[in-house]
Design a protein. Structure first.
Length: 515
């Protein structure tokens, strides 16, 4: 069984005998029911392979589809259509010229085939001209496929002027999808995110967004049924290698890589990149994160002082899931659409979605990724120090682990953008404890307030309150005055109450009190 790691071209995948999880039933239904589509999915989730499959299908390459669902459809005519394929995933968009150059290269290639008129000056006019001549010269309507349609805008998310430039360029360019409707057979745009409000989509009201449609929730990714049927042999090999039963191995695969929900009632979908890497290396790992995480995600979280723990159970409306407002200070839409959060539940009464980490790989990987941004020197701490820190927490020694934290924070480089925010210190604490593998909960709600940080181990509990340039006495007094420990009074765990004051001047723990 040959596994297609990194292979995104359908034709080469099929010709070279790699495994293909058949999605052509979805593709057939997609084409049968409409003409213009948009699909948002996380990176490395199979979007490029989906578009490549559509390209081969519309080029009439029937031999590549032998044995697949669509080959059994008697009403599919296998006509050869001109296909215009634009991939915006290959550039680093750091100047307005980069996007223009990329679009010019795309258009020039097809103008060499179908011709160009001198009067066509703008990128949009040239695109319209290519579509029209491709239709006229072949007698078949055109298919347009765009991979990562808005990557330029996403890369410029913290550069408003550049993003406005990209928006204007793409809006005019994609306008051809509407103006040349009579010449177009099918069009599909894919991307990690969808920008709302004044965006490239504002004029494209003919696009059907299937990102949150139950019918297409598994058009990319791997379902559990596909996992068990297509990769049965690999599951057995992995189970044997890790000395697990088949059921235990499947449960671990589910815990690590399942859990992506693209509609509130839809079953979970596995991350295909992680699953394939696990099988080809015959080893569990955080493979999705090893390919790199965009720095803009951390910039959004830090610059908007977001409480990290809220990501584990944040509630949002459908508007948040559907689009990103480039001017918004809420990082959650980008985090969700980038695949680090997924739908975990739905409140029908209030029409709100509950988001959370999809699986263990994403949660662990994201915390580890955040660590150097919040604690720049954590990687320089020895394994012995980390082990002692863990031992202190697990054995009920709050003074010892607080002293270790005090030393750790004091050695972190100064960050002028974050040093005056209590929230930042709270996030630092959350990252440390999460990284150590403890149950931790910030802003824990009680009947009379919210606990800043709650840490629990099998034997001990730590109720912690933070102050910035206040006093540890005030922090401890707040815990007692709000009766935070009351709900734990009948629990067998020993509970420590910890008041901590952070100093803006020293940028670390100024004083703590333990009760």
């Amino acid at each position: 069984m040959k596994l297609p790691i990194g292979i995104q071209d359908f034709e080469s995948l099929r010709m070279d005998g790699y495994v293909y999880v058949d999605k052509t039933e979805h593709i057939y239904r997609l084409i049968s029911q409409g003409r213009y589509y948009f699909l948002s999915r996380p990176r490395r989730f199979g979007k490029s392979l989906l578009l490549s499959t559509l390209k081969a299908l519309f080029l009439g390459k029937r031999e590549l589809f032998k044995g697949l669902a669509i080959d059994q459809k008697e009403d599919w005519d296998w006509a050869i259509h001109p296909v215009l394929y634009l991939d915006l995933n290959t550039e680093k968009y750091d100047s307005k010229e980069t996007l223009s150059d990329r679009l010019n290269l795309f258009l020039s290639g097809y103008e060499d085939i179908y011709g160009r008129r001198e009067a066509e000056r703008s990128l949009g006019a040239r695109f319209e001209g290519v579509i029209q001549r491709a239709y006229e010269k072949t007698g078949q309507r055109v298919v347009i496929l765009v991979d990562e349609y808005n990557k330029p805008m996403l890369q410029a998310i913290d550069k408003k002027e550049l993003q406005d430039e990209y928006r204007a360029t793409l809006k005019g360019f994609y306008g051809a999808l509407k103006s040349m409707d009579r010449c177009i057979k099918f069009a599909m745009l894919t991307g990690v995110t969808k920008f709302g409000k004044v965006s490239v989509f504002s004029d494209l009201n003919n696009l059907i967004d299937i990102s949150l449609d139950y019918e297409y929730h598994d058009i990319c990714g791997i379902t559990e049924h596909e996992l068990l049927n297509v990769f049965a042999e690999r599951i057995d090999m992995l189970a044997q290698r890790d000395q697990l039963s088949r059921e235990e191995c499947i449960a671990k695969l589910r815990k690590m890589y399942d859990g992506y929900h693209f509609e509130e009632t839809a079953p979970g979908v596995y991350n295909p990149f992680s699953v394939l890497n696990t099988f080809i290396k015959n080893k569990f790992g955080n493979y999705w994160f090893e390919t790199g995480t965009p720095t803009y995600l951390v910039l959004l979280l830090r610059n908007h002082y977001y409480d990290l723990e809220q990501m584990a159970s944040v509630s949002v409306t459908a508007d948040v899931l559907n689009s990103i407002d480039a001017d918004s200070k809420d990082p959650i839409p980008v985090i969700y659409q980038s695949g680090y959060l997924t739908i975990k539940g739905y409140n029908e009464r209030f029409k709100k979605y509950v988001l959370g980490f999809p699986n263990e790989e994403v949660e662990e990987g994201f915390v580890k990724y955040l660590t150097p941004y919040y604690l720049n020197n954590i990687d320089r701490k020895s394994a012995f120090d980390i082990e002692n820190f863990s031992a202190d927490v697990e054995s009920g020694k709050p003074e010892q682990f607080l002293e270790r934290l005090k030393s750790l924070f004091a050695s972190a480089p100064y960050d002028s953008t974050m040093g005056d925010k209590e929230n930042h210190f709270q996030n630092m604490m959350w990252v440390v404890f999460k990284m150590m593998g403890f149950y931790s909960h910030t802003e824990y709600h009680t009947s009379d307030g919210r606990i800043d940080l709650l840490i629990e181990t099998p034997l001990y509990r730590y109720v912690m309150e933070f102050k910035l340039d206040g006093t540890a006495e005030e922090a401890l007094q707040q815990i007692n005055s709000k009766d935070y420990p009351l709900q734990f009074q009948f629990d067998e765990k020993k509970t420590y109450l910890v008041g901590v004051n952070f100093s803006r001047e020293s940028r670390t723990i100024e004083k703590y009190l333990i009760s």
